[in-house]
Ligand binder design. Structure first.
Ligand SMILES: [Zn+2]
Length: 253
């Protein structure tokens, strides 16, 4: 795989929220999608949480931006956490636009709707101030039930945009720091990514809403993002070096 798959730990020190739950173990990805890489599955999540002295049981909420397999797998690792989703995303997962059929996993959706207790699954409709410093924006674009968490930090507001513009080049299409192929004719706007359920104008309006509500955007599949916020904080990377790197960085121990 040439792109990273990111999940986020959002915490105020008391409440621990996971934004997206990642992809299956790479063995399964290799088998089903014939792409190579490393990581994924329960092991990656456990070790990433352990870096913050946390275990999966410490996660109270899992906010799923959408249910594509690389963002919504591994929910079984968090049986007592509350999964928070837009209601429209469930419907789309069951009957997606045809080009997105390969991105949804039926077994995963089945496991999700087996969550019986209201404390295990919360379906929402629209924007929600989820808690202090954590706003959810519903933004039909990449999928009809796409939601983007806006996290207020000491440095400013970070939009965890997930796959709504999953690389910097979609947000800064004319900037040579963001893309090797600057598109000057759209310097005043954004570039919608090709994987989308919405039309181009609706997609652009969703991106504009994110910008109106945030100070930086953090795309899900770009290698160049700030990994620890707010300690690392930038709106745009310094250069295109490592963008679309065909060699992933060395595996972390
Ligand atoms: Zn996606």
């Amino acid at each position: 795989m040439r792109d990273p798959v990111h999940c986020w730990l959002v915490t105020n020190g008391k409440t621990h929220v996971l934004v997206d739950s990642g992809m299956p173990d790479i063995e399964e990805v290799r088998r089903t999608l014939k792409v190579d890489g490393y990581g994924g599955g329960h092991g990656s999540l456990r070790s990433a949480l352990a870096e913050h002295s946390l275990t999966p049981a410490d996660i109270q909420y899992v906010i799923s931006t959408h249910l594509h397999f690389d963002h919504g797998t591994n929910l079984d690792l968090f049986p007592n956490a509350c999964v928070v989703l837009q209601r429209d995303e469930i419907f789309h997962a069951i009957d997606p636009v045809p080009t997105q059929r390969i991105y949804y996993n039926r077994e995963m959706i089945g496991e999700l709707i087996k969550r019986k207790r209201p404390s295990q699954l919360r379906l929402i409709d629209g924007d929600l101030q989820f808690m202090k410093g954590l706003l959810l924006l519903k933004l039909p674009s990449h999928t009809p039930g796409m939601q983007v968490p806006i996290v207020t930090t000491q440095a400013g507001r970070a939009a965890l945009v997930s796959d709504l513009g999953d690389h910097y080049r979609y947000w800064f299409p004319a900037d040579p720091r963001a893309t090797d192929k600057p598109m000057r004719f759209i310097a005043d706007t954004f570039l919608p990514s090709p994987i989308r359920s919405a039309g181009e104008r609706e997609y652009l309006a969703a991106m504009q809403r994110v910008v109106d509500h945030s100070d930086i955007v953090v795309p899900a599949h770009d290698f160049r993002i700030p990994m620890h916020m707010p300690q690392e904080w930038f709106a745009i990377p310094e250069s295109t070096a490592t963008d679309l790197a065909h060699q992933p960085p060395p595996e972390r121990k």
